[in-house]
Design a protein around this ligand. Structure first.
Ligand code: GRF
Length: 201
């Protein structure tokens, strides 16, 4: 059973789905927010999970990241899950958790990295969008993909409508991807996501 820490900044709906899906592969032992009063912290407390707020205001990135790293090491976290965590992490932090750090992004990566994803997807007239769970590497939203799920884009969609449709698949996708990682069925090797079946081949 892998000890998982989840980093959030806001409502924590993905955190909620990860809490609900806990099984014998992983246990969420800590939720950290950089924003005091983030709604996701309350979800964690209700589930009896330890929480911590580490504010980032007024700190240079490396200091904040060192505090984060120390808290994760003190809790013996084995996997770190970013779930709506709105901070860019320093290269040192990312390298320190290489292969154990994952994120969910609301697009079909490598398409639409960065912010304002749904607005850009709609402006481009795409017929398909979705969500991707990926290993985190220093370059933003550029890490190898572990799992993806797609949704249709309708011409009448607003960004909010599309965001809601994508979020629904995120809630199924993230626990499945985390279970793959926690069970050792996928790992990061030489910059690639390598799946267990292809390792034994
Ligand atoms: C999700 O859309 C996720 O893809 C993105 O941030 C949002 C987090 O939502 N990285 P929530 O806090 O899990 O509800």
């Amino acid at each position: 059973m892998k000890r998982v820490a989840v980093l959030i900044s806001g409502r924590g709906s993905n955190l909620g789905s990860l809490i609900a899906a806990q099984d014998d592969s992983y246990e969420i032992i800590l939720v950290i927010s950089n924003v005091a009063g983030a709604a996701g912290l309350e979800r964690a407390r209700e589930a009896g999970i330890a929480t911590l707020t580490i504010p980032h205001a007024g700190k240079i990135r490396e200091i904040f990241d060192d505090e984060l790293d120390a808290a994760l090491r003190a809790a013996d976290a084995q996997i770190v899950v970013l779930a709506g965590f709105m901070r860019i992490l320093s290269d040192d932090f990312v390298r320190g958790w290489e292969g154990k750090l994952v994120n969910i992004h609301p697009s079909l990566l490598p398409a639409y990295r960065g912010t304002k994803v749904h607005e850009r997807v709609l402006a481009a007239g795409e017929a398909l969008s979705g969500a991707s769970v990926h290993f985190v590497v220093p370059e933003l939203d550029a890490g190898p993909v572990i799992a993806q799920a797609s949704v249709p884009v309708h011409p009448s969609d607003t960004p909010e409508m599309l965001a809601k449709r994508v979020l629904e698949v995120e809630h199924r996708l993230y626990p499945e991807a985390l279970q793959l990682l926690a069970n050792g069925k996928v790992r990061l090797e030489k910059g690639l996501a390598v799946f267990a079946d292809s390792i034994t081949g």
